[in-house]
Design a binder for this molecule. Structure first.
Ligand code: DGP
Length: 116
């Protein structure tokens, strides 16, 4: 989509620090990191939100989770001893701000639960 920020990053129209790519996904560092490791994994195809995901997106979703694991391993937080958080924000209450599906990979420091 021409006016979508993350489609712009996927298409290299918008600069970003890309750290991982597959046939179906692109992963890049969050511009406002919430932790030492904060990477966003997005599908190359435009999907607006987890609230609009359907069975037709199954392969993209699986590819995103595998990409997140590979990013975490590459960043040195993939082990059970370290660990990381995977987050899909959906809608206003979650503070979702970019309408292109993205999986947050957050780690590199201890985190509490529940989130704020
Ligand atoms: P969310 O709240 O789940 O919609 O998260 C959107 C994230 O996207 C937020 O953590 C900040 C990040 N972000 C917003 N604009 C840009 C950008 O232009 N470049 C990069 N790399 N990240 C961005």
């Amino acid at each position: 989509m021409d006016d979508c920020l993350f489609c712009g990053i996927v298409a290299r129209r918008v600069p970003a620090e890309i750290v991982h790519e597959t046939e179906r996904t692109v992963a890049f560092r969050d511009i406002a990191p919430a932790a030492p490791v904060h990477v966003l994994v997005v599908p190359r195809v435009h999907v607006t939100s987890a609230s609009t995901v359907g069975h037709e997106h199954a392969e993209d979703l699986a590819a995103m989770v595998v990409a997140a694991r590979e990013v975490a391993e590459a960043e040195g937080i993939g082990s059970e001893e370290r660990g990381y958080r995977l987050v899909f924000n959906v809608g206003r209450d979650s503070a979702n701000s970019v309408p292109h599906l993205h999986l947050h990979v957050i780690g590199g420091r201890p985190m509490s639960w529940p989130p704020g």
